[in-house]
Write a protein that binds this ligand. Structure first.
Ligand code: NA7
Length: 494
């Protein structure tokens, strides 16, 4: 990968930017690789943990796997012939990111154990401070802080009374033995479905507490044989074909269904309903049938869930949770579900964005304040009044459920490289979106949103506090086109 045709490389500009990347997950590592490829040498990644990997480092629960094909979930420039399954297990993905980071010399750019506490704009630079007292200035800051990062802990009365072990799915306590225990799983999202697959075979009993049924799209997780892997090793072209095939499949099916393509939505709905038919007990099937449109919540991909939920040692509990007690979880019908372990697979605060970092832009305005009610954000990445600060991956109005997140981050980084290049080659020191361009972008997003599945009437992590979806309401083709390069008239470059 290099610069796009016609795009000046970043190195060799009138000055060399000093860049801070926040977060060493999939996106932060990628950003550093691309900047180094462009000749930007002064890149530091600030990582609060002692290991890179982001979500793949934090999530270690049994059953963890990618929920899209792994030949799609990889950097476009680093195909991996060694995936063992269509949807690779979590530890393989973590190992992949560590291997790629080492190959591109990224690890020694990462400042581990450094949690960024604040950023304040001191024109034309950012003063960055970490909790451990590092205080340095940077010209450009890229926030790659992830959007499924801050665990959402349910507000359940009496949690502290519970005598067993209770933890969030992203904070798995591996010191707790699960064999022969009674496990409660709160939630029925992608994580809960994978956790069930990981524990149902070893637990004495599993109670799965469902608040809302989910659409489950069947995708058998085929294993790749050693012969398959050898073929991939010998033929990078074959892997590229797979990547392109999955990319096309993904963007033309779910990527279209969520933005209102009825034909795709109907096809996927039919596949989900057919899979639902494999639940034999009509009462259980009825409990598992969603009452909202496919894609309104993040679609779950699994070919194992209905099998797991029908196991004799698994029970779907649909009565609401009233409290936790010493012995387990009590539900609205008065029943106490006796448990040894409770897993809160209750998701994340997807609208935390860069929180809890205190970010003060021009005139001391705080980014959290700008994002609190109805976020102002141009193309999911840049905010008026916050020059040279860019959100990568999951900023407001970026695609968070439509496409492979790696493809999204790659397209965004290629765009930003061009934008920063225009600034440094022109001898300017700051770039920020105009308020007019930002408002026009948000108006365009909002006028498109009613057509989407996210706006069809369910609660989900796509919605803001007012109940409006904050996502990218268009096709992959439009996203790729918009990310081809910046429209300079939309920016103040000074
Ligand atoms: P999700 O998709 O946000 O799912 C969280 C689940 O937890 C969902 O079933 C929620 O029910 C349930 N939940 C949340 N709070 C409560 C309370 N208080 N009581 C009962 N149930 C609750 O998170 P995941 O971790 O599964 O997946 C996140 C992403 O990771 C996923 O989209 C993939 O991209 C990978 P609700 O539906 O809100 O009624």
């Amino acid at each position: 990968m290099g610069s796009r045709e016609g795009t000046p490389p970043l190195a060799g500009g009138k000055w060399a930017p000093r860049v801070a990347v926040i977060g060493a997950g999939m996106t932060g590592v990628l950003a550093a690789i691309r900047l180094l490829q462009e000749g930007v040498e002064d890149v530091s990644i600030f990582e609060k943990a002692d290991r890179l990997g982001g979500t793949w480092r934090d999530n270690t629960y049994p059953g963890l796997a990618c929920d899209i094909p792994s030949h799609l979930y990889r950097y476009s420039f680093e195909p991996n012939p060694d995936w063992t399954h269509l949807q690779a297990p979590g530890p393989e993905i973590q190992a992949y990111f560590e291997r790629v980071a080492a190959k591109y010399g990224i690890e020694n750019r990462i400042r581990f154990g450094q949690e960024v506490a604040s950023l304040s704009y001191q024109s034309p630079q950012w003063m960055l401070e970490t909790k451990n007292g590092i205080k340095e200035t940077f010209d450009v800051v890229l926030a790659a802080t992830g959007y499924l990062h801050h665990p959402n802990y349910p507000d359940i009365k009496g949690r502290e009374e519970f005598a067993g072990n209770c933890f969030h799915s992203a904070r798995w306590d591996h010191s707790v033995a699960l064999e022969g225990t009674r496990i409660g799983i709160i939630g029925t999202g992608s994580t809960a479905v994978q956790v069930l697959g990981g524990v149902a075979g070893i637990a004495a009993h599993v109670s799965m507490f469902q608040r809302t049924p989910q659409w489950i799209f069947p995708m058998p997780n085929a294993a790749y044989s050693e012969d398959d892997r050898e073929k991939f090793r010998r033929s990078p072209e074959l892997m590229e074909q797979m990547y392109q095939k999955f990319h096309r499949q993904f963007t033309s099916t779910i990527g279209q269904a969520v933005i209102g393509d009825k034909a795709q939505s109907d096809l996927m709905d039919a596949a989900c309903r057919k899979y639902l038919e494999t639940v034999k007990d009509p009462e259980l099937r009825a409990k598992l049938t969603p009452g909202y449109k496919l894609g309104c919540k993040r679609l779950i991909v699994s070919s194992q869930f209905y099998q797991d939920i029908q196991r004799p040692n698994v029970e779907l509990v649909t009565e609401g949770i009233t409290a936790m007690e010493r012995g387990g979880v009590r539900t609205t019908d008065g029943r106490l579900h006796e448990l040894d372990v409770v897993v809160m697979a209750t998701g994340f605060n997807s609208h935390a964005y860069t929180s809890p970092i205190v970010i003060q832009g021009r005139d001391g305005v705080e980014l959290d304040q700008v994002f609190r009610e109805s976020p102002e954000c141009y193309r999911g990445m840049a905010v008026p009044g916050f020059p040279n600060l860019f959100l990568l991956g999951g900023g407001p109005y970026s695609p968070v459920g439509n496409f492979s997140t790696i493809s999204v981050s790659e397209a965004q980084i290629n765009y930003l490289v061009q934008l920063i290049s225009h600034m440094v080659r022109g001898g300017a020191h700051t770039v920020e979106p105009t308020r007019d361009a930002t408002r026009d972008f948000i108006n365009a997003v909002k006028s498109e949103m009613p057509k989407t599945a996210w706006a069809s009437g369910c609660s989900s992590w796509y919605l803001d506090k007012q109940g409006s979806p904050i996502a990218w309401p268009w096709s992959w083709e439009k996203f790729a086109e918009d990310m081809q390069g910046p429209e300079l008239a939309d920016y103040l470059i000074d």
